[in-house]
Ligand binder design. Structure first.
Ligand code: 13P
Length: 254
């Protein structure tokens, strides 16, 4: 008889502050939420604006709270006015980096090719990458969600080895659910997250698919988090608005 090894994926509750919080606000918020999150079983992480990283890291010192960068550029260094490199981020001590968020894709024109370059560079620098994907309402209504997500994932992971892919976190964020209060139903969220896991098994192998963590994002709240995170292929959440409040504690413990 062949025994199946069950890999327990550590749950991850990640906040994405977006363009909110000054360094002083970051410091006071992390100091306030730190004791509330101390006994969370899940991994806890806040993606913060680059200028907040050092203040947030200092406030989080000695706690289970991790700090990541919301954005970076894929070149090592050079004449890229206003951009921030992975070398700069890594030097602060931040480990996680976010890429492929729909706001970066739609407002700042980041292409699938860019996301792939960012992922390869994050791996090269030994960072912990989180890659977002998600469909618009038009794509969902046209019945093209799964194909769209598949194309985004295949493109993002081009040239990434199985060993590196297993350490990437994928966040599925339907664009129509971001900041709208319109959360995907648990069935909709599970359907896409389950498809992503099957796709990873197809691109790589079953072991990589079992290991990779897939999060849901889009209007996650203290009220709906537990039901979403109870789905078999949802390993936690990427949380925007609700990560700016201390009630994020409830999401981290859901
Ligand atoms: P909201 O949780 O505010 O809908 O934002 C989701 C998101 O974009 C997180 O990256």
């Amino acid at each position: 008889m062949k025994l199946k090894v069950i890999i327990m994926r550590k749950r991850l509750a990640a906040g994405n502050w977006k363009m909110n919080m000054t360094p002083s606000q970051a410091k006071s918020f992390i100091s306030e939420i730190k004791p509330l999150l101390a006994d969370a079983d899940s991994e806890v992480l806040f993606f913060v604006p680059a200028i907040d990283i050092q203040a947030a890291l200092a406030a989080a010192e000695g706690s289970n709270i991790q700090i990541g960068a919301e954005n970076f550029f894929y070149e090592d260094k050079g004449a890229y006015t206003g951009e921030i490199s992975l070398d700069m981020i890594r030097d602060t001590g931040a480990e996680y980096v976010l890429m492929g968020h729909s706001e970066r894709r739609t407002i700042f024109g980041e292409s699938d090719e860019w996301i792939n370059k960012k992922l390869l560079k994050a791996i090269e620098y030994g960072m912990k990458p989180m890659v977002c994907c998600g469909e618009s309402l038009e794509i969902r209504e046209a019945g093209n969600t799964l194909g769209w997500i598949e194309a985004q994932i295949r493109s993002a992971f081009t040239g990434v080895s199985a060993a590196d892919a297993a350490n990437v976190v994928i966040a599925y964020e339907p664009i129509w659910a971001i900041g709208t209060g319109k959360v995907a139903t648990t069935d909709q969220a599970q359907e896409v997250c389950g498809m992503i896991r099957k796709l990873i098994a197809d691109i790589y192998d079953a072991d990589t698919a079992e290991k990779i963590r897939i999060l849901y994002g889009g209007s996650v709240s203290p009220e709906n988090a537990a039901e979403l995170f109870a789905q078999p292929d949802i390993d936690g959440g990427l949380v925007g608005g609700a990560s700016l409040k201390t009630s994020f504690e409830k999401i981290a413990k859901a």
